[in-house]
Design a protein around this ligand. Structure first.
Ligand code: E4P
Length: 218
């Protein structure tokens, strides 16, 4: 399973990248706005740090606007993936961009039907937003299982990026069903590293080791 980091913050990306566990990055207009930097420049900096796919999103709503923006975004670096919102115009744009060699990530996906349509359109990546489904009281895990079932039942090239991850359990559930990718926020990645028993166990081992050294010196 590949781990992407869901942030536009360079420090967070560098910190997780240094651990060797990051395969790519996803951003969106909100995440880029948080950084306050010029978005194209920020995406360029991210692409310099990470070799894997880096998603940047289009803002236009017509197919033509999306295509023009996607072509501009794709000039930033070879690893740029263009996020296209799931709309009829977006699906038309995916059908045009993918044969041009511009990789697309269909975003704002909330249903199995949308997954199926994005896969048929030939999207490289499809991003169901499971946290937002959970916030609406919908069963986000069932939605993912069925989405994976659909993708596995046919020869679609699309990879599923589990997005809008809220907690560490979301990552485990994604891994259990063989989701291709999880795009994980920094705070959730931090939590995945932590377990109180690891800290307590390490402290006890070091204390016993010191005790032994003291006894050996006697
Ligand atoms: C991923 O591609 C999305 O940008 C992101 O996961 C959205 O997450 P949110 O629902 O926490 O804003």
């Amino acid at each position: 399973m590949k781990f992407f980091i869901d942030t536009a913050n360079l420090e967070q990306i560098k910190e997780m990248q240094a651990l060797g566990i990051i395969d790519g990055v996803t951003t969106n207009p909100t995440l880029l706005a948080k950084e306050g930097a010029e978005p194209i420049e920020q995406l360029r900096k991210i692409c310099q740090v990470v070799d894997g796919p880096v998603s940047g999103e289009v803002i236009g709503l017509t197919t033509e606007e999306m295509i023009n923006e996607a072509r501009e975004l794709s000039k930033i670096a070879p690893n740029i993936v263009v996020k296209i919102p799931f709309t009829k115009n977006g699906i038309k744009a995916v059908k045009i961009l993918e044969p041009e060699g511009i990789k697309t990530n269909v975003t704002l996906v909330f249903s199995q039907n949308q997954v199926l349509i994005a896969a048929k359109a030939g999207a490289s990546y499809i991003s169901p937003f499971i946290g937002r489904l959970m916030d609406n009281g919908q069963n986000e895990i069932d939605m993912l299982w069925e989405s994976m079932e659909i993708l596995n039942a046919y020869d679609f090239k699309s990879e599923l990026i589990v997005a809008s991850i809220r907690n560490t359990r979301h990552v485990i559930e994604s891994a259990k069903m063989g989701a291709h990718i999880a795009t994980i926020p920094f705070n959730v990645l931090e939590k995945m590293f932590k377990h109180p028993n690891t800290d307590q166990g390490l402290e006890a081992f070091l204390k016993d080791w010191e005790k032994l050294q003291g006894e050996l010196k006697k």
